[in-house]
Ligand binder design. Sequence first.
Ligand SMILES: CSCCC(=O)C(=O)COP(=O)(O)O
Ligand SMILES: [Zn+2]
Length: 204
Amino acid sequence: MTVLPQLDQLVAACHWIGAKGWAPATGGNMSVRQDDSYCLLSESGKDKGSLTRDDFIQVEIASNRAPSGRTPSAETGLHTLIYRLFPQAGAVLHTHTVNSTVLSRVEKGAALVLQGYEMQKTLAGQQSHLDSVSIALFDNDQDIDALSQRIAQFAQQTPLRYGFLLRGHGLTCWGKDVNEAKRHLEGLEFLFLCEMQRRLLEAK
Ligand SMILES: CSCCC(=O)C(=O)COP(=O)(O)O
Ligand SMILES: [Zn+2]
């Protein structure tokens, strides 16, 4: 495998995610783009908070195939879809947090709309709390090919930015590199926590 500084940053991001409790048990998966044709994806079933460089498997973006024969994430198809849809995407992070899991069930619509928060500006291109940020929300599915097709169809009609929520499952987000994907993850998780608290308090 070629030396890839982004992979070291991804390993560090995985440890940070683990320390935050955002990938409990074996939940979550992470990847980095290697080039136009390949990405490096976390091995399925591992504790993502204690991954090393050797736990990342090369996967062909077009076919989801791992030339090594090892088993990458069960959600490989979602990572490769993002790399196909967004040539600028350099890293993808998928986490299982309590807030994304619960909020994605409480919100019955096709998107979680965030508005009025200064922290929206952690998301690339956002400049004001007055704008609305729409995070697409898809029903979860054990059939990742079917889920990927549903997301791809949605993306043909509606711009997908930053990430999407899977109902009762978690958040998948991306960025131009590991640093930006990590900032989007941290920003979105902060916004989800605010939105949970707001909905709880305003319901009283
Ligand atoms: C116990 S977590 C269920 C699978 C999942 O949603 C996940 O994020 C981890 O799957 P992987 O194959 O990447 O370990
Ligand atoms: Zn998952």
